[in-house]
Design a protein around this ligand. Structure first.
Ligand code: CP
Ligand code: NVA
Length: 304
């Protein structure tokens, strides 16, 4: 197992499956009042340079349920907001805490933090990747479908952090992955390079949402304008017309197709209210599974 969780590209299929299995076990223990076997008193520092509901609450609840404690650090209320270097922040936090979670803009910031940190660093979302979310998505898909290998996973929309992590996580776990993005909004080149090396799973990238959605077992979408891209919203609304998850697109998918959305969701943009509500059970299972998947990550990384 790696020291940090920055991107799923660094993890093997076996690492990912091990985390998913542990997440299932921790979920079972929590639901049945069985104490977790994890050493108590660990502290997680949580750095947030962007807004969050799920990531903050699931990490803070998760470390508490593991017998530890979470500390919320917003960039503007800490010395980071006044320009203290990441290298100094990493070396300071490592003297007090057992693990750091960071949500930031440039992926390189998370990498830099990890480079200087003696304690594990978990990526709670960067502009390029959202690995914890995709672990929760894979856990949810496996819960509902009972297996992963050979399923067709389709992503419709912006080639953003979610798309990047889903492509990597999906292909590593043996799913076929089809992605539809408008011209100019393709996934990151590092991810496309990885996808090109995977021979035992099919990857397709198209600008045609109908082609991507055909016979999908799971369909995923995300906002058209991610955090930090709000000022591009008008251009993006135009570019993403036709990339909405609606009844017409759902009709092309395989029977029993699941819908996943990391949330927050914008109805009337990337997903209709009808599709969202018809699949709300799966979507909120996905939100819940952030808690269990991240507890598994913390247990693995903090157990050395
Ligand atoms: N999906 C997700 O990361 O949600 P938050 O932005 O609320 O943390
Ligand atoms: N792509 C979205 C995900 C939010 C959880 C964003 O980065 O804003």
């Amino acid at each position: 197992m790696q020291k940090h969780l920055l991107k799923l590209l660094d993890y093997s299929r076996e690492d990912i499956v091990e985390i998913l299995n542990l997440a299932d076990q921790l979920k079972y223990e929590q639901k049945n009042g069985i104490p977790h076997s994890f050493s108590k008193g660990k502290t997680l520092a949580m750095i947030f340079e962007k807004n969050s509901t799920r990531t903050r609450v699931s990490f803070e609840t998760g470390i508490f349920q593991l017998g530890g404690h979470g500390i919320f650090l917003s960039s503007d209320a800490s010395q980071m907001g006044r320009g203290e270097p990441i290298a100094d922040t990493a070396r300071t936090l490592a003297r007090y805490c057992d693990c750091i979670m960071i949500r930031t803009f440039a992926h390189e910031t998370a990498e830099e933090l990890a480079r200087w940190s003696d304690i594990p660093v978990i990526n709670g979302l960067t502009d390029r990747y959202h690995p914890c979310q995709v672990l929760a998505d894979l856990m949810t898909i496996r819960e509902h479908k009972t297996y992963l290998e050979g399923l067709k996973l389709c992503y419709i929309g912006d080639g953003n952090n979610m798309a990047n992590s889903l492509i990597v996580g999906g292909l590593k776990c043996g799913l076929d992955v089809s992605v539809a993005c408008p011209e100019g909004y393709a996934p990151h080149p590092e991810v496309l390079d990885f996808a090109a090396t995977v021979t035992d799973a099919a990857f397709t990238l198209t600008t045609d949402p109908k082609l991507a959605a055909a016979d999908a077992d799971v369909i995923v979408t995300d906002v058209w304008a991610s955090m930090g891209h709000e000022e591009e919203a008008r251009d993006r609304n135009r570019a993403f017309q036709g990339y909405q998850l609606n009844d017409e697109l759902m009709a092309l998918t395989a029977p029993g197709c699941m819908v996943q959305h990391c949330l927050p969701a914008k109805r009337r943009q990337e997903i209709t209210a009808e599709v969202f509500e018809a699949h709300a059970g799966e979507i909120f299972d996905e939100a819940e599974n952030r808690l269990h998947a991240q507890k598994a990550v913390m247990v693995r990384l903090m157990s050395g």
